[in-house]
Design a protein around this ligand. Structure first.
Ligand SMILES: [Zn+2]
Length: 217
């Protein structure tokens, strides 16, 4: 079996999506890219999260051709492959319809940067990309177009949901969890009043500190 460690890791991390309240039923998926072979591993289409096993994961090349797998790959496979082909630093991609972030997306509104936690993790607002139908490369094009030149590892897409990118599954997962968390808090803040956006110079300072100084060496 190809890429057993990545299959195992991917299976394990998929369980975090329901655990973190980011997905319902079978929606949502994670993929990971293998540096050495250039192959990606992704969730099979339509399986419940608790049914997933390392063996059920699907291995594909970046043209979307299945290399190994007994199931059909996620219906978002073309999107994941397009992002890997056009954003070479990305090693993992996560897609969810998490409720609060998707509510912003349904309104075609970026999530404004009114929290220091947003400046830290996203370096500004979480941008909203345009509408695209599932199936081909249109969604991937919107993700790449919106995130290119942006600090945010998360994007919401109009009328759809969330895509996050990372150098590892864990980083992409963190972005997905934090995106939903701040989407909720910012929503609540607007219910209470009219919160002020952070100044760009403060966002820059916070982002720099969080990126370079925060945490353990
Ligand atoms: Zn979706």
């Amino acid at each position: 079996m190809l890429l057993p460690h990545l299959r195992e890791e991917l299976c394990k991390q998929h369980l975090e999506l329901p655990r973190q309240g980011l997905v319902t039923w079978t929606s949502g998926n994670i993929s990971v890219l293998d540096d050495e072979s250039g192959l990606m591993v992704i969730k099979p289409s339509g399986l419940m999260f608790e049914e997933l096993t390392p063996e059920s994961m699907v291995v594909l090349d970046l043209d979307g051709k299945v290399v190994e797998g007994k199931y059909k790959p996620s219906s978002d496979t073309a999107t994941h492959a397009y992002i890997y082909r056009h954003m070479p630093h990305v090693r993992s991609i996560i897609h969810t319809h998490s409720a609060y972030a998707t509510a912003w997306a349904a309104n075609n509104r970026e999530i404004p940067c009114i929290l220091t936690a947003m400046a830290d993790e996203f370096g500004g607002p979480i941008p909203c990309g345009g509408f695209a139908l599932i199936g081909g490369e249109e969604i991937g094009k919107e993700v790449v177009k919106t995130l290119t030149g942006h600090r945010s590892p998360a994007v919401i897409l109009k009328n759809h949901g969330v895509f996050t990118i990372g150098e590892s599954i864990k980083k992409a997962l963190k972005a997905a969890v934090m995106c939903e968390d701040v989407a909720k808090t910012v929503h609540l803040a607007y219910q209470l009043g009219n919160p002020e956006k952070l100044e760009q110079q403060d966002i820059d300072k916070l982002y720099d500190r969080y990126t370079h100084v925060y945490g353990q060496k």
